[in-house]
Structures are given as C-alpha cells and as structure tokens.
Design a binder for this molecule. Structure first.
Ligand code: COA
Length: 193
C-alpha cells in the first residue's frame, strides 16, 4: 500500500487528500462534458455521471491499498471545496522506481496556478517520501496549458514520443511531450515561485 500523507499535503492554498464518496457530485460537476477534459483526457468516460464518479472513488481507494497509485482530490485549502485532481502512479516494473504524475482542474478554477501548486506538492512528496527515482509527466504536444504546468513545476522537457498513443475520441494518433523531474532537482532555483 501507499500510506496517505499525514498531515495532508498542503501549501496553504491547495490541500491534497484521498478521494471519498462525498466527492461524487463534485466530480460530475467538474468532468461531465467539459470540453478540455473531453479533448485531452480520453480515459475519462463521457458522459460522466454519478455511476462513473462512484467507480472512480472506488478505484482510487483500491489504488492506495494496492500501492499502484496515489490519486488525490485537490481542494481549496481554506474552504475544502473540490477544485481538481492530481495523481501519482508507478510506471511499469515497480523495481525501477519510476513514477508518473497526471492532473485536471475544474474549469472555473483554471489559470490561477492551482494545478502547478498541486503538481509541486505531489512531486516533492513522491520524490522524497516514496522511493521514486524519476517522476515523469506526459502531455499531448497540442496541450499547451499542460506543458506550461510541467515547466512551472520544475520538470525538464526531454523530447517528443511520436505517435505513442491513439486517442479514439479524436480518432488520431497523438505525440506526447515527455517531461521528467529527479530527486536532486527538487530545489532548483529555476523553479518559478
Ligand atoms: C491543464 C490544466 C490542468 C491546467 O490547469 P491550471 O490550473 O489552469 O494550471 P495553472 O494555472 O497552474 O497553469 C496554466 C498555465 O498555462 C497557461 N496557458 C493557458 N492556456 C494556454 C494556451 N492556450 N497556451 C499556452 N499557455 C496557456 C496559463 O497562462 C498558465 O501559465 P502562466 O502561469 O505562465 O500564465 C487545465 O487546463 C485542465 O484541466 N485541462 C484539461 C485536462 C488536462 O489537459 N489535463 C492534463 C493532461 S496531460
């Protein structure tokens, strides 16, 4: 299993916590029909209703228990309101100590730096508290906001994985930009505050 951080990861603006049943309505409000979610996250089912949200909460809880991934709800640190999602997951053979991060943000909370904050928190935790030696982040080459988040969170752009994914919803093969962050880079001065 992956133990959930206690106290929860927070920078005073966003707080990350495991998903719970009470998030079902919030998940539907965030994900159902949002055009950016539909465009970039083809693994998120659409339409996205209560059944899909229940399945996600169940999956997220097993993932922590099985130790395969650490899916967090991103909440407003002051009000506790659900604003988005960030997750860490192991990639391939666990013995390789390679992880990956993924995220989305509710439409009306975008553009305020909240995803960057959440990615920094989860990255610092994974690279210092879990035995993660390399943290990856992949973004569709056309998804400029996501690439900007990666850069602002201190990840290094490594290159483009050409035609590595088929997006059935868009019926096109996708190039992913590969970014990574290593433990020794956590306090690089180049990270944007
Ligand atoms: C990608 C996403 C999570 C970013 O969330 P966010 O909370 O707005 O992110 P931040 O505010 O931390 O940073 C966004 C950055 O992208 C920039 N940006 C937004 N639209 C842009 C565009 N069309 N071109 C270039 N940069 C853009 C913003 O200006 C900001 O950078 P800045 O701080 O230098 O101004 C959000 O757009 C989203 O949920 N998208 C749909 C799901 C998704 O794509 N997930 C990632 C899959 S890899």
């Amino acid at each position: 299993m992956i133990p959930a951080p206690d106290p929860p990861l927070s920078d005073g603006v966003v707080t990350l916590r495991p998903w719970r049943e009470g998030d079902v309505d919030g998940l539907v409000a965030c994900l159902d029909g949002d055009e950016e979610i539909v465009r970039w996250l083809d693994a998120v089912p659409q339409p996205y209703r209560e059944a899909e949200a229940h399945s996600w909460v169940e999956h997220a809880s097993s993932a922590w228990e099985e130790g395969t991934s650490a899916p967090f709800a991103v909440t407003d640190a002051t009000t506790g309101e659900l604003v988005g999602s960030v997750g860490f997951g192991w990639v391939g053979d666990r013995d390789q100590h390679v992880g990956e991060v993924g995220y989305w943000m509710r439409r009306d909370a975008r553009g305020r730096g909240l995803t960057t904050r959440a990615v920094r928190l989860v990255s610092e935790w994974a690279l210092s508290e879990l035995d993660c030696a390399r943290l990856q982040l992949r973004a569709d080459e056309r998804n400029l906001p996501s690439q900007r988040v990666a850069e602002k969170a201190g990840f290094t752009r490594e290159g483009v994985l050409r035609s590595v994914h088929f997006n059935a919803r868009q019926d096109r093969r996708v190039d992913f930009v590969m970014f990574s962050l290593l433990p020794a880079e956590l306090d690089l001065p180049g990270r944007i505050a």
